[in-house]
Design a protein around this ligand. Structure first.
Ligand SMILES: Nc1ncnc2c1ncn2[C@@H]1O[C@H](COP(=O)(O)OP(=O)(O)OP(=O)(O)O)[C@@H](O)[C@H]1O
Ligand code: SF4
Ligand SMILES: [Mg+2]
Length: 339
């Protein structure tokens, strides 16, 4: 086993709204990302993916609050640390974060090189403009981006180029781990492929040591990440290797996600799409039993009694359901054959 770049144990965090309501968006989440490995996090809108990203970076600014659990980044335990301190100590250098819709948040009055200057100067105040430009130029070359982009304004770049530029800016300090939140959403298929290729290059070239890729499209993670974690209503409902998750999902929710989205790279292009009926529960007052019960076709009275623990499925896999994995996997196979 490799060195853990990031280790999260039983992390629980919540939002407290201005009306004093608690929203339990991350509930006892544990995960580990080792050097040289990438983890995909998938789930529908509102399942807590972005909140988990902020939480595991120690980014606790109201209305988000840490409740319990452990976060260890590159051997350093940051749980309970002052968020400003965490930001100064690790952001950019240890962890690079590309927020959802980051490319639309670029200040339109700055050239691309100015964003890079801001990042480098925050960590190396004595770097000259020439040194920064040279460093940026050589990174852009490695990543297959034209150096002319450095002198352009965001508005002069296409959506795909802007997103690849945002990724390049975020890794200028060679972070241990890159967290990319929906980096390819809202892009056309060609740009999406280029973004994914670039993320793979970053890993292969060693520019980043590990990666977390967040998306609501589970099949997109196939070929990009080593492992996949599916989230539902603030909890992990399944963990597996990427291939296993895409081709033999166990949890009824993961199975539903695979059936509702089509991505040609997964090799499942001939499938008939079926949406998961219903919507995720309100996280202000999540159900006490299985959180997926309202939407599950296998629901039984015992599913609603008490919270369902994650159970070991062997081979490094785990899932959160009371039914045996054999039953669930056979049912999925049968359904796929019938489609
Ligand atoms: N600032 C906030 N204040 C209160 N509740 C919030 C806040 N941000 C998110 N939430 C709630 O927390 C839950 C998880 O939201 P989150 O944005 O993490 O989901 P997500 O999986 O990233 O969704 P998406 O795919 O739409 O980005 C949702 O119920 C959401 O309404
Ligand atoms: S515990 Fe019950 S309701 Fe939940 S996923 Fe399993 S069968 Fe469905
Ligand atoms: Mg999100």
């Amino acid at each position: 086993m490799g060195n853990a770049v990031l280790e999260v144990n039983e992390l629980t965090t919540k939002y407290i709204t201005r009306f004093g309501e608690n929203i339990y968006a991350v509930d006892h989440v544990s995960l580990k990302v080792e050097e040289g490995k990438s983890l995909g996090i998938a789930g529908e809108s509102g399942c807590g993916k972005s909140t988990l990203a902020l939480s595991l970076m120690g980014y606790y600014f109201p209305p988000l609050y840490y409740t319990s659990g452990q976060i260890i980044i590159d051997g350093q335990n940051i749980s309970g640390m002052d968020p400003d301190e965490v930001r100064k100590a690790i952001l950019g250098k240890e962890i690079a974060y590309i927020p959802q819709s980051a490319m639309n948040a670029l200040n339109p009055t700055q050239r691309i090189i100015n964003f890079i200057e801001d990042v480098i100067e925050a960590h190396k105040p004595y770097a000259t403009k020439k040194e920064i430009y040279d460093q940026a130029k050589s990174l852009f070359e490695v990543l297959g981006l034209p150096a002319e982009v450095l002198n352009k304004y965001p508005v002069e770049l296409s959506g795909g180029m802007k997103q690849r530029t945002v990724i390049a800016i975020s890794v200028i300090l060679s972070p241990q781990i890159l967290i990319a939140d929906e980096p390819s959403s809202a892009l056309d298929v060609t740009s999406q492929k280029m973004v994914i290729k670039m993320l793979r290059n970053l890993m292969d070239s060693g520019l980043i040591k590990s990666m977390i890729f967040i998306t609501h499209e589970l099949p997109l993670l196939y070929n990009v990440t080593d492992d996949i974690m599916v989230m539902y209503a603030g909890q992990i409902v399944e963990k597996a290797g990427a291939h296993e998750m895409v081709f033999t999902p166990i949890h009824p929710y993961s199975q539903g996600l695979m059936g509702s989205i089509m991505v040609p790279e997964s090799g499942l292009r001939d499938k008939k799409l079926t949406a998961i009926p219903g919507v995720p529960p309100n996280l202000k007052n999540p159900p006490s039993g299985c959180r997926f019960a309202e939407r599950c076709k296998y629901v039984m009275p015992e599913c609603r009694v008490t919270s369902i623990p994650l159970r070991d499925a062997g081979g490094g896999r785990a899932y959160r359901c009371i039914l045996p994995k054999e039953f669930l996997m056979e049912a999925y196979e049968r359904e796929r054959g019938e489609r």
